[in-house]
Write a protein that binds this ligand. Structure first.
Ligand SMILES: NC(=O)c1ccc[n+]([C@@H]2O[C@H](COP(=O)([O-])OP(=O)(O)OC[C@H]3O[C@@H](n4cnc5c(N)ncnc54)[C@H](O)[C@@H]3O)[C@@H](O)[C@H]2O)c1
Length: 432
């Protein structure tokens, strides 16, 4: 029954014993206790800091991408923000552009600034693709008078602060984790930016007074396995072929909720394969150009039974016109103090070129422009998120926004190649 005697009478309290032998035993148990405490703490450390990414892609991604706590605030910082967001034209609007250092964000911000609107950018400069390209776009924006705040759309304190400084009339929400294939590598980044980030942006927008009108980027990928062409906004979008598509589709449903409950004016734009100068290095037209110049082979996918893979490639300037028209026709949000007063506008538009081009034709155009023969490697379309074709019906955008794309692929690629050769020094310095 000795073991029972050793159990403290009150849990948590140690029974004091007096003999030197017992003192020795206490010392010994203390040493043991200290030793095991260290072992235990060590194990906790190893568990939290060394757990492999594969155990929980979402949480590990979030810890890696924990919101960067950039020091912000102070009179100089606020002055820069106010100057950037200052409206300079009559009837101009003040716009917070999220994802401003991204491909579309840069072009939209420059276009808004040039016509006299107030523009403030926000971007977290993540490393999904070469951040030096984002920094170069930022430098271009700063030269145009657009300041880009470095921060994450999940940072509610930062967003609130920005709205305290400038009562933005509009938000152009473009920040997102783009790309379909990367979702198999880092699914958490899609949840972080496209779901949690979107909800955070909408939470802030619904709570500020006045509420801004929001235009945001959805994607043609929501059509997923839809086979009815051309894709119309009325077609089904419940068969996403990638996690990226699923998060954009979820975004459209989330937008519906915030419109319904809080009276936020929301316009979703389904972009179709946007290309052009300052583009994204993860997109085919961009890395094909890089690899053709390097003499590396490029994969040309074909669908089952040698089916053609085609895309409705849309030139960036046409997309920018669609974005600006969406901002200009957006009605005011109707809520205040977090409560809806009246029904608010809720729209979704396709922004495409309505003229799909086989990917092999895209390569032929690039060969002519670069004056280099491509090493084509024809492969079966892998089942990793890509769909066989995209084709936009743009009648709704045409009617409501006056949207009318004017750049064909040949003309647009010529402008892209000119930029590429200039930016990367005639291919000597090449894209990563
Ligand atoms: N380019 C296309 O072909 C295309 C097609 C369909 C939809 N879209 C959508 O259009 C939008 C713009 O696309 P893009 O091609 O310019 O992509 P991009 O990756 O060049 O731009 C997105 C920007 O958002 C930033 N960002 C990402 N997560 C963020 C976060 N949590 N907080 C702050 N900033 C963050 C990135 O750093 C990046 O600069 C995206 O929403 C994208 O999903 C693009």
């Amino acid at each position: 029954m000795k073991h029972i005697d050793n159990i403290p009478s009150t849990p948590g309290k140690v029974k004091m014993e007096k003999s030197p032998y017992n003192r020795l035993r206490i010392h010994f148990s203390l040493a043991k206790l200290t030793f095991w405490s260290f072992v235990f703490l060590g194990l906790i450390f190893v568990f939290f800091y060394r757990s492999p990414a594969s155990t929980s892609p979402v949480s590990s991604d979030l810890s890696r991408r924990s919101l960067r706590t950039n020091s912000y605030g102070g009179p100089d910082w606020e002055k820069r923000i106010k100057a950037s967001a200052k409206v300079r034209s009559r009837n101009g609007i003040s716009v917070l552009v999220t994802g401003a250092a991204g491909f579309v964000g840069t072009h939209v911000s420059v276009a808004l600034k040039r016509r006299g609107d107030g523009v403030l950018g926000l971007d977290n400069f993540n490393e999904y693709y070469d951040p030096s390209l984002k920094r170069a776009r930022q430098a271009l924006l700063e030269r145009t008078g657009v300041h880009v705040v470095e921060g994450d759309i999940n940072d509610a304190t930062l967003l609130k602060k920005l709205f305290d400084i400038v009562p933005f009339s509009h938000v152009m929400h473009l920040a997102a984790q783009a790309g379909v294939r990367y979702a198999m590598e880092n699914p958490g980044s899609y949840v972080h930016s496209n779901i949690a980030g979107l909800v955070n942006v909408l939470e802030i927008c619904k709570s500020v007074n006045p509420q801004p009108a929001i235009v945001w980027a959805s994607s043609s990928s929501v059509y997923g396995l839809n086979t009815k062409v051309p894709f119309s906004e009325k077609d089904r979008t419940d068969q996403p072929a990638s996690l990226y598509a699923a998060t954009k589709k979820a975004g459209e449903e989330i937008a519906h909720t915030y419109n319904h409950i809080y009276g936020l004016s929301l316009t979703g734009l389904r972009f179709f394969t946007v290309y052009g100068p300052w583009g994204r290095p993860d997109m085919a037209y961009f890395f094909f150009t890089r690899d053709i110049l390097k003499g590396k082979s490029i994969p040309i996918f074909e669908a089952a039974n040698h089916g053609t893979v085609a895309r409705d490639f849309t030139y960036i300037d046409d997309i920018v016109k669609g974005c600006l028209a969406a901002l200009d026709t957006a009605e005011k949000s109707t809520g205040s103090g977090g409560k809806k007063k009246d029904p608010a506008q809720l729209r979704v538009f396709n922004l495409g070129n309505t003229s799909p081009v086989p990917v092999s034709d895209l390569v032929s155009i690039l060969e002519r422009l670069l004056k280099v023969k491509a090493k084509r490697l024809v492969m079966k379309l892998p089942r990793n998120g890509d769909v066989q074709f995209t084709h936009a019906n743009i009648s709704s955008a045409h009617k409501e926004l006056g949207y009318k794309p004017t750049t064909d692929l040949q003309t647009g690629l010529k402008k892209f190649v000119r930029w590429y050769l200039n930016y990367y020094g005639n291919g000597k310095k090449s894209a990563q």
